[in-house]
Design a protein around this ligand. Structure first.
Ligand code: HEM
Length: 487
């Protein structure tokens, strides 16, 4: 490149800088002068390079791509981005681990986040799910305590298996998700080789106002592949960023990962008498009850150009639902509707929705204004409604997704449906889904985890907990630990 075309370094105000390497001093031996504005700007900006990491799901990676509709779902939803076969909508997807910090190994045993932002013509639709169809708790009141039990101990500042098993065994509703976590699905080989789930039950509404309860399943087209516990631990030492590297390189090399979206759809009226509470996040709907139908495919085909701008500053929020899609009475989902925008305002800033990765690809006409770092505005649009100066009007004909509710205000667990209990579905996982090898690995994975500092009284509770899932599991654990099983 000729000198003529070389870029000249500037300050952030665009003023040409006179050196990249030398500070401005009085004579070659100093002192340094306060008027070296570029040096001071470099130091000050550097000190502010980090935003707080996400309080959970801190370590992750992401990519751009698209969602394509492959089947007619207009009988179930009027969502415009799902309105015709062949229609494509741009997406950004972020994968993550839950418990570790920004630098933690990708292959640690943990659920994986699977957060999708669809940039639709009706605004952004965020589906913020995991690689598991279920979760550890079913009331948002317990989420913070659950996460505290998985993070660092307040005294030792280390992750603490004793806290984890204390919480889990005192929270029997965790048994289904903990079972899943300790199979080899708790250590997926790569992000490309795992499924993604919306996990919660959501509502779909069609153009006639007919409503359905639905569940999202993104099935990997690369096939499910997992690491064994030993392989995952070896990879954590060899390449802590293995999943990040794998996704980036696959896309760079043109091996675009894809997932097939399958939906389970339940007519609204069937929820009341369904054998499981269909809104309980610790339960699945067995596929025999509601066979999944294929709806579309998700493809990732473009790496971010800048990790910080696109992945670190990406802000997903389950409350972003477009017309045709709504929440359900799942208490966890309702709690999450508040939590995410609140954390984004704290972590990224008031106007996080104006950042390119988060901004909708349609115009915004709200009456919100000002705040730190706002740069998009509506000019002389009136700043209040109602107004007589031509400001935007909300459309009263739009129906919010709704369901009928009546009852006294209480603090109570969900009403049980006929087959609801905490151990039945994980027992089915053990007896009907897992192979003999899967079972052996699950018991070995549990034993290895329990050997790392869990107190004897909590081990007793662990054996009781697993005995309720299946005596074969507690017997296997007892044998592995060299203790007597309590059944
Ligand atoms: C009451 C329950 C929950 C609360 C209060 C909660 C809260 C949070 C918070 C505060 C974050 C950090 C967000 C950020 O800083 O960008 C987060 C991230 C995340 N959560 Fe939850 N969470 C809950 C349950 C769940 C469940 C059930 C799932 C999956 C089904 C889930 C999936 C995720 C994912 C995938 C991320 C990372 C999003 C990203 O990639 O930026 N969370 N959660």
């Amino acid at each position: 490149m000729s000198d003529k075309h070389k870029k000249v370094t500037t300050t952030d105000a665009g003023i040409p800088a006179s050196s990249d390497e030398l500070s401005l001093t009085v004579g070659p031996n100093g002192p340094i002068l306060l008027q070296d504005h570029y040096l001071i700007q470099k130091m000050a900006q550097f000190n502010r390079e980090r935003v707080p990491e996400r309080v959970v799901h801190a370590k992750g990676g992401g990519a751009h791509g698209y969602f394509e509709v492959t089947a007619d779902v207009t009988p179930f939803t009027k969502a415009k981005f799902l309105s015709s076969v062949g229609k494509r909508t741009p997406v950004f997807l972020r994968f993550s681990t839950v418990a570790g910090e920004l630098g933690s190994p990708d292959t640690n045993r943990d659920p994986r986040g699977f957060a999708i932002k669809f940039y639709t013509e009706d605004g952004n639709y965020d589906l913020v799910g995991n690689n598991t169809p279920i979760f550890f708790v079913r009331d948002p009141q317990k989420f913070q305590d659950f996460i505290h039990s998985q993070k660092r101990h307040p005294v030792t500042n280390r992750r603490d298996h004793n806290m984890q098993w204390d919480f889990w065994t005192l929270s029997p509703e965790s048994a289904h998700q903990v079972s899943f976590l300790f199979t080899d699905r708790g250590t997926p080989k790569t992000w490309r080789h795992m499924n993604g789930y919306g996990s919660h039950t959501f509502m779909w509404v069609n153009a006639d106002g007919e409503k359905f309860w639905v569940k999202y399943h993104f099935k990997t087209n690369q096939g499910i592949e997992n690491f064994t516990d030993a392989e995952a631990k070896a990879m954590a030492a060899e390449d802590p960023d293995y999943h990040l590297r794998d996704l980036y390189e696959a896309i760079e090399n043109g091996h675009y990962p894809s997932w097939t979206l399958e939906m389970q759809i339940m007519p609204l009226a069937e929820a009341a008498d369904y054998r499981f509470n269909p809104f309980d996040l610790t339960k699945v709907w067995p596929h025999g009850d509601y066979p999944p139908i294929t709806v579309g495919r998700l493809v990732l085909n473009r790496n971010p150009e800048n990790y910080f701008a696109e992945v670190e500053q990406a802000a997903f929020e389950p409350a972003n639902m477009v017309p045709g899609i709504g929440p359900s009475p799942d208490k966890m989902l309702l709690g999450r509707l508040f939590s995410y925008p609140d954390t984004h305002r704290y972590r990224i800033g008031t106007n996080y929705l104006q950042l390119p990765i988060n901004q909708p690809q349609v115009p915004v006409h709200s009456y919100n204004k000002d705040g730190s770092m706002r740069y998009r505005h509506n000019g002389d649009q009136p700043v209040y409604a109602p107004n007589s100066f031509g400001g935007p009007h909300a459309d009263p004909n739009r129906q919010d997704p709704s369901w009928f509710v009546a009852g006294e205000i209480v603090r109570s667990a969900y009403t049980l449906h006929s087959e609801d209990d905490d151990f039945g579905q994980p027992r089915t996982l053990w007896t009907k889904v897992l192979s003999e090898t899967d079972k052996q690995h699950m018991v070995n994975n549990l034993v290895a985890h329990l050997k790392a500092g869990v107190r004897p009284d909590i081990i007793d509770r662990v054996l009781e907990y697993w005995g309720k899932v299946h005596p074969g599991i507690s017997a296997g654990i007892a044998e592995g630990l060299g203790v007597t099983a309590v059944v």
